[in-house]
Design a binder for this molecule. Structure first.
Ligand code: SF4
Length: 118
């Protein structure tokens, strides 16, 4: 009887350890998915970069990278894969951009300062 309880406890700890080991991967996959999906609404109360004003205008920021007209644009590049996109502070697919004075940009946007994450 006591032997059975010991094995059961051991099994429990094995599963708990295995579960704890996969949590970071699930979290990363979820965050990565969130960074890939294009947001439909901007986060409330956050200053957004504008394609028509300030740095947004200067750097030819567009909210939809596929509509970028600048010759520097390469298909597939977008804010979500740019090193200036502060993904750690992302909210609903938007995150502050270093080049935009920490104003929020959509992960599907793009500008001429795009610099791919390595
Ligand atoms: S610098 Fe990068 S993250 Fe910022 S607007 Fe340009 S492409 Fe997007």
């Amino acid at each position: 009887m006591e032997e059975k309880n010991t094995l059961s406890r051991r099994s429990f700890f094995k599963f708990a350890l295995a579960g704890a080991a996969i949590v970071p991967f699930v979290m990363k996959a979820t965050k990565s998915f969130a960074a890939d999906a294009c947001p439909t609404t901007a986060p409330a109360g956050k200053a957004l970069a504008s394609p028509t004003e300030g740095m947004g205008k200067t750097l030819k920021y567009v909210t939809d990278s596929t509509k970028a007209k600048d010759p520097k644009y390469k298909a597939g590049s977008k804010c979500g894969s740019c090193k200036f996109f502060n993904a750690a502070k992302a909210e609903g697919g938007y995150a502050p951009c270093t080049m935009m004075g920490m104003k929020y940009v959509t992960n599907c946007g793009w500008c001429t300062s795009f610099n791919a994450k390595v």
